[in-house]
Ligand binder design. Structure first.
Ligand SMILES: O=C(O)C1=C[C@@H](OP(=O)(O)O)[C@@H](O)[C@H](O)C1
Ligand SMILES: C=C(OP(=O)(O)O)C(=O)O
Length: 427
């Protein structure tokens, strides 16, 4: 049977879930740390790097470009070197690879070809390619504005001022900032267009740059300046991936149990930290201690009227929770997630409705009305977070079968095993 057609019976707990879990590292932090380590002035270590498809693709991409990336241990060692062209980079379906690596490849000494999974060719790239051109880089894409394309590296980049429309993805901005310190004039990036989504992710980029001694001015709205400088090699500790905590916290909330995610940071730029507010608004309680974050549910969920513009990657999990609420929900500000791993608004509406849901797509979000739900096959469209939505549904509904659960390997090693063990460890 084709692996992608396989259906995985989502565990359906029969009582309140009371369990603790330690989560793998953050994709966003790991991939930023790898890029910055590659551009640094000496070797450094990414401690407890996330070992998943997206981070392996990043390690492989940097290796192709001539960087030493030793991924044999829990801590990954990165040794910068001369950036090499005449290579081909596989981006898979990773936004962070297809957006963050081209500005690095522009510093290589020859052309670098980029391509990825079939769906990756549909993800927005035009504005970042235009941004690179505006900074003096030659990019050949036969006017596609998407993968595949070639970045013609010449060993150096002029840099300077550029204006792009980053309303489709914050990663366009992050990408130019991450490599910008290594350009002759640094970068001065302005955004013009509808509001930039996922601003916490840009804050994460700025924080990671400043940690390495790079001067960044983000004092104006829609403008980010990175001064030209060396990037200091710094060892970093990767935080647990808080967006991937969503299904685990949902287990406490949906079943009226209590779940602890260990090592939840007290302060973080991760978008997933918004789960604390969302869980509370839906009727759960949260407690943040030195051990981690504990979410306790009452077994009843309230509907949500919420703008997810800053934290769009949480939408599939939050929408699944809304499906089980006692009142309608309106999720707004997320038109851009039509350009994520799949068109997430369409995919969520289609799959939830096939389980008896009453979900309608709006121009920039979803309206979700509570109904009686049924089991059945839940399709995932090669999207890890669709699989998370499916297993959350399985918490409340018997007989949910999640297609291609292995798609979760994009950002979570052995999610199915960890999820089953976690639910099985409930006291
Ligand atoms: O920079 C990053 O690490 C990310 C930025 C966000 O992208 P968008 O701005 O395209 O939503 C987020 O959704 C994605 O999961 C990771
Ligand atoms: C949008 C996401 O990923 P990517 O980094 O591929 O854009 C995501 O993980 O939800």
């Amino acid at each position: 049977m084709n692996e992608h057609r396989t259906l995985w019976p989502a565990p359906h707990p029969t009582g309140p879930v009371r369990a603790t879990v330690r989560l793998p590292g953050s994709k966003s932090i790991t991939n930023r740390a790898l890029v910055l380590a590659a551009l640094s002035d000496g070797p450094s270590v990414v401690r407890q790097a996330l070992r998943s498809r997206d981070t392996r693709l990043m390690a492989d991409a940097l290796t192709e470009l001539g960087i030493g990336v030793d991924t044999t241990g829990v801590d990954w060692k990165v040794t910068p070197g001369r950036l090499r062209g005449r290579e081909t980079i596989d981006c898979g379906l990773a936004g962070t690879v297809m957006r963050f690596v081209p500005p690095v490849a522009a510093l290589a000494d020859g052309p670098v070809v980029f391509d990825g999974d079939p769906h990756a060719r549909l993800r927005p790239m035009h504005e970042i390619l235009q941004g690179l051109r505006g900074l003096g880089v030659v990019v050949e894409d036969e006017d596609r504005g998407s993968l595949p394309f070639t970045v013609v590296g010449t060993g150096r980049v002029r840099g300077g001022q550029v204006t792009i429309d980053a309303s489709a993805s914050s990663q366009f901005i992050s990408a130019l900032l991450l490599a910008g310190a290594r350009y002759d004039e640094g970068v001065d990036v302005r955004h013009e267009g509808k509001p930039v989504p996922s601003l916490p992710h840009i804050d994460m980029t700025v924080e990671q740059l400043r940690m390495r001694g790079v001067e960044v001015d983000d004092s104006d709205v829609n403008r980010w300046r990175v001064l030209p400088s060396a990037i200091r090699a710094v060892d970093v500790q990767v935080e647990p991936d808080l967006s991937n905590a969503a299904p685990f916290l949902a287990a406490g909330l949906v079943t009226g149990g209590s779940v602890t995610v260990l090592d939840w940071p007290r302060a973080t730029t991760q978008a997933g930290d918004a789960l604390r507010e969302i869980v509370t608004l839906m009727g759960g309680s949260t407690e943040l201690t030195d051990e981690g974050l504990t979410v306790t549910g009452s077994g009843t969920l309230h509907g949500l009227d919420y703008d997810l513009h800053d934290v769009g990657e949480l939408t599939p999990a939050v929408a699944a929770l809304c499906l089980m609420a006692d009142s309608p929900s309106h999720l707004r500000g997320i038109a851009h997630i039509r350009g994520h791993e799949t068109d997430r608004l369409a995919a969520l509406a289609t799959e939830f409705n096939s389980m008896g849901g009453h979900v309608t797509e709006t121009e920039d979000g979803l309206t979700i009305r509570p109904t009686a739900l049924n089991g059945g096959a839940f399709r995932t469209y090669a999207d890890h977070r669709m699989a998370h939505a499916g297993v959350i549904l399985g918490l409340a509904v018997d007989g949910v079968e999640v297609e291609n659960i292995a798609t979760t390997s994009k950002t979570f090693p052995d999610f199915a095993g960890v999820w089953s063990t976690f639910l099985g460890s409930s006291r």
